[in-house]
Ligand binder design. Structure first.
Ligand SMILES: NC(=O)c1ccc[n+]([C@@H]2O[C@H](COP(=O)([O-])OP(=O)(O)OC[C@H]3O[C@@H](n4cnc5c(N)ncnc54)[C@H](O)[C@@H]3O)[C@@H](O)[C@H]2O)c1
Length: 351
C-alpha cells in the first residue's frame, strides 16, 4: 500500500512511518515541520527507497493537491495536528486552523484525488484522533469511553479534534469517502517531544530540577506505548470497516502522581547517583479545566480486528527511560525550542 502519512515528523506519526516502512509499505511523510517536529525521528528510514518526504502545511490546499497528484496514495493516515493542550489554552487559533481547517483541506484534497481515480472502494482516509473528545470520566473504574460515548470536549485542543472527527464522518456520509477513525488514549515512548509530562519528568529528574505535577496529581490517564499505537493504527487502516471508529487504549490507568513515582523508581535503579528522585516532586498550579480521568474500553478493536498491546506499562516505561538516557543528542537541542521548559497554559488561572 502507498500511504500518505501527515505529521510523520512528530511523535506518533514518526512511529507510524518507521513501522509502515518496516512492513514494506510505501510511505510519503507530509509535515510542515512545526516546533513539534524532528526529522531525526525518521532518520532510520530516510534513505529507504520506500520513503519520501514532502514539507507542506495542511492549511495550504494547493500544496496538498500537488502532493496527491505527485504520489497517488492508496490511503491517508492523517495525524498532523497541534497536539499540546497547554499551548491550546494560550493560543487556540493555531488549533482551529490546523486541526479543523487543515483537516477540511485534507478531506477535500483526498476526495478530489479519490474521485479523479474513479472512487475506488479500497481507498482509505484514516483520521487519527484522541480520547479527549469524550470529555472527563468519573472515578468509577467500571465507566470507560466506548465508541458510543457522546462527545464532550472541554479544552480548545479537544474541541478542535472533536470538530475534525465530525468533519471526517460528514465526508463519509455526504460524499461516500471511505473513512476510518480511531480515538486513542495518552501515548508515551521514544521521541516524545520534551514538553509533555513523561519526558519532562525524566529530563528534569536528570537535571536535578523539580518534577512538576499539576494540582494534587490525582488526574488519571490511560497510557499506551507509542509503538503499540502505531501497530493499532496500521491495523485500522488495513482492516478497519469503512465508516467505523475504533477506540485504542492500553488499559493502563495511572494517576499522574503514581506515574511520576514509577518513573522515579525506574530512574533510581537505572541512574542511582541522584536517587531518590521522588524527593524532586513538586506540586504546581493546576491546568484550567483539567479533565479528571480518561479510560478507554478497547473491546471493539480487540474483538473485531484482533489487536492487543505488546508491552506492559512497566516494561514500556522502563524502555522509555532507558531511551532518554541513551539519546541525549536527540532531546538536548529540542529543549532550546520556543516555549519548551516554560509553564504554559495558565491563561485563565493567571487572571
Ligand atoms: N500524543 C498523544 O498522546 C495522542 C493521543 C491520541 C491521539 N493523538 C493524536 O495523534 C496525532 C499525533 O500526535 P503527536 O503527539 O504525535 O503530535 P506531535 O505534536 O508530536 O506531532 C504533530 C506533527 O504534525 C505536524 N504539523 C502540525 N501542524 C501542521 C500543519 N499545519 N501542516 C502539516 N503538519 C503539521 C508537526 O510538524 C508535527 O510533526 C494528533 O492528531 C493527535 O491529536 C495524540
Amino acid at each position: 500500500m502507498k500511504i500518505l502519512v501527515t505529521g510523520g515528523a512528530g511523535f506518533i506519526g514518526s512511529a507510524v512511518v518507521r513501522l509502515a516502512v518496516s512492513r514494506g509499505h510505501k510511505v510519503v511523510n507530509l509535515d510542515a515541520l512545526t516546533y513539534a517536529a524532528c526529522l531525526d525521528n525518521v532518520a532510520s528510514v530516510s534513505d529507504n527507497p520506500l520513503y519520501a518526504f514532502e514539507q507542506a502545511d495542511i492549511r495550504d490546499r494547493g500544496a496538498l493537491d500537488l502532493i496527491f497528484a505527485a504520489h497517488a496514495p492508496d490511503a491517508v493516515m492523517h495525524l498532523a495536528a497541534e497536539s499540546h493542550v497547554d499551548r491550546s489554552i494560550d493560543g487556540p487559533g493555531d488549533f482551529v486552523e490546523t486541526n479543523i481547517t487543515g483537516t477540511y483541506n485534507m478531506l477535500e484534497a483526498a476526495r478530489s484525488h479519490w474521485e479523479s481515480r474513479g472512487r475506488p472502494e479500497s481507498f482509505r482516509f484514516h483520521h487519527v484522533s484522541t480520547d479527549e473528545v469524550f470529555g472527563s470520566l468519573p472515578a468509577d473504574p467500571a465507566v470507560k469511553f466506548t465508541e458510543d460515548t457522546p462527545y464532550d470536549p472541554r479544552s480548545p485542543y479537544s474541541a478542535s479534534k472533536a470538530a475534525s472527527d465530525h468533519l471526517v464522518r460528514a465526508w463519509h456520509e455526504t460524499y461516500g469517502l471511505p473513512v476510518v477513525l480511531s480515538n486513542c488514549s495518552n501515548n508515551y515512548g521514544p521521541y516524545h517531544f520534551p514538553e509533555k509530562l513523561i519526558p519532562v519528568v525524566i529530563l528534569n529528574a536528570l537535571a536535578g530540577k523539580p518534577l512538576p505535577i499539576y494540582g494534587r496529581g490525582e488526574n488519571v490517564r490511560d497510557w499506551l506505548y507509542v509503538e503499540d499505537h502505531a501497530d493499532a493504527l496500521l491495523t485500522v487502516v488495513e482492516r478497519g470497516a469503512v465508516g467505523r471508529s475504533y477506540n485504542i487504549g492500553g488499559e493502563n490507568e495511572r494517576s499522574n502522581l503514581e506515574l511520576v513515582r514509577t518513573l522515579c523508581t525506574i530512574l533510581d535503579e537505572l541512574r542511582p547517583a541522584a536517587a531518590p528522585y521522588a524527593e524532586q516532586i513538586a506540586f504546581v498550579a493546576d491546568r484550567p479545566g483539567h479533565d479528571a480521568r480518561y479510560a478507554i474500553d478497547p473491546s471493539r478493536i480487540r474483538e473485531e480486528l484482533g489487536w492487543r498491546p505488546s508491552v506492559t506499562v512497566e516494561e514500556g516505561l522502563r524502555r522509555t527511560v532507558q531511551w532518554y538516557l541513551d539519546n541525549e543528542d536527540w532531546w538536548r537541542p529540542l529543549q532550546a525550542r520556543e516555549g519548551v521548559g516554560q509553564r504554559l497554559g495558565t491563561a485563565r488561572a493567571a487572571q
